[in-house]
Design a protein around this ligand. Sequence first.
Ligand SMILES: N[C@@H](CCC(=O)N[C@@H](CS)C(=O)NCC(=O)O)C(=O)O
Length: 221
Amino acid sequence: MVLKLYGYATAPCTLRVAIVLHEKNIPYEFHTIDLTKGEQKAPAFLEKHPFGQTPYLDDDGYGIYESRAICRYLDAKYEGRNPCLAPSPSDIQAYGLFEQAASVEASNFYKPLISALVEKLFKPMRGVKGNDEVAAGELQTLQRNLDAYEKILSKQKYLAGDEATLVDLFHLPEGASAPLIGFNGLEDGQRPSVARWWKELTSRPAWVAVKNGVKDLSASS
Ligand SMILES: N[C@@H](CCC(=O)N[C@@H](CS)C(=O)NCC(=O)O)C(=O)O
């Protein structure tokens, strides 16, 4: 049975999962949960996702939520499909570095960036005034953290080593939204290795396929 992805076509967390589906060429059906209508809080959806958020994946009755967990599940389930996007736990040192990079993405990239996006983009979208001071502080933190990214990426191609992994891809949805709030630290050339890395990631066909919104691909192979 084809996988069912429930989400909102342009929501960053839904895009994160869609990138991996496209990277690995996994067929899926896309089911819209309209966040603008509050469908994520409808009782039937809360049965699937107790926190009332998107995305949610249904794999023949097996349900899983949390975008990064879904991506890891997909990469593990379809491990025979190239590319392999995470090292095997049996490759202990590579696995340790992958987990290290995953923590870096969550703590040093996503956390400050999503906080700034909430204040400058998502609150205004809902007609709520955001806090510019909070956003500026978070973006300063992000700038500092990207200086550390520059050191890492001047020595290796990707965040967990010389191969692209899920962790690199995890940056794409929120990173691509950063210019919408005037943050260009990923591509402005101040950090050449970060800019090289970001250009490579944003050129990947999987990202190009989904960046403007997830489409229903249930008819493809
Ligand atoms: N940590 C969760 C975050 C999920 C999340 O915040 N989803 C957003 C869309 S990107 C959402 O559903 N927002 C609506 C809400 O929270 O009511 C994940 O990565 O899946």
